[in-house]
Design a protein around this ligand. Sequence first.
Ligand code: ADP
Ligand code: ADP
Length: 240
Amino acid sequence: MNVLEVRNLRFQYPRSKKPALNGVNLSVRRGEMVGIIGPSGSGKSTLVLTFNGVIPHSIRGDFSGEVLVRNPSTGEELRTLETPVSKLSTVVGLVLQNPESQLFNMTVEDEVAFALENLGLPREEIEERVSWALRVVGLEGKREEFPPNLSGGEKQRLGIASVLGMKTTIIVMDETTSQVDPGGKKEVENVILRLRKEGVTVIIVEHDYRFLFRNADRIVVLKDGRVFLEGTPREVARRV
Ligand code: ADP
Ligand code: ADP
């Protein structure tokens, strides 16, 4: 089942002369790990920001086309371009480059519980999700730690755990490893592989393709705001 469908998507920033996205079509299946690559300025960040509605609701511009996210359990469909960002936070989770900007709470476990408390979930459900998310990212031993004391890789894994706890349909990572040291990068990559084992649908934007070519189910190459190539890593590697 497709959990994400992008149809003929165009987006142009205000005062910009050319569209950042110029007719993008893309489908992502449940449980797939998809890597999005392409040169700087090809539209990668713009594209993933349409998945959680930040574009066009917070960052405005001219747009047309459609982005559909489908909940695989209920079959419910949401059109992200027409849905408030607040409603999309439980559907699409975005892990950003800089983990510090996402960490606000007293302890590691509070950090993961915070958004779940805001959702008004029952105490036991929150406890269960916090334990699961921290286990998946390998931070269960650091529950009581103060986030600023974590290493770069641990902070990024905590950022992932916070999004994971939300049990969104899709997790998007935009350059999640670009600001951590090589050790931290390896830690985050191992977490990504564990996410896949858990059946999480992951869409990854990365400058460094090596990990994606080795591990992604599918690679999508953007160029000038369009899908230039897509296929398995093997197929794409043969054509670039
Ligand atoms: P990346 O290649 O990692 O996406 P960029 O250097 O393209 O990074 O963009 C960095 C930031 O600058 C982003 O927040 C992006 O939205 C913003 N930005 C990029 N191009 C422009 C532009 N032409 N006008 C205004 N902001 C821009
Ligand atoms: P990528 O993530 O692949 O580097 P972006 O999505 O950041 O690409 O950028 C796509 C195009 O949109 C680029 O031409 C970039 O300069 C432009 N752009 C990005 N952010 C902004 C912005 N905030 N305002 C104006 N133009 C932008």
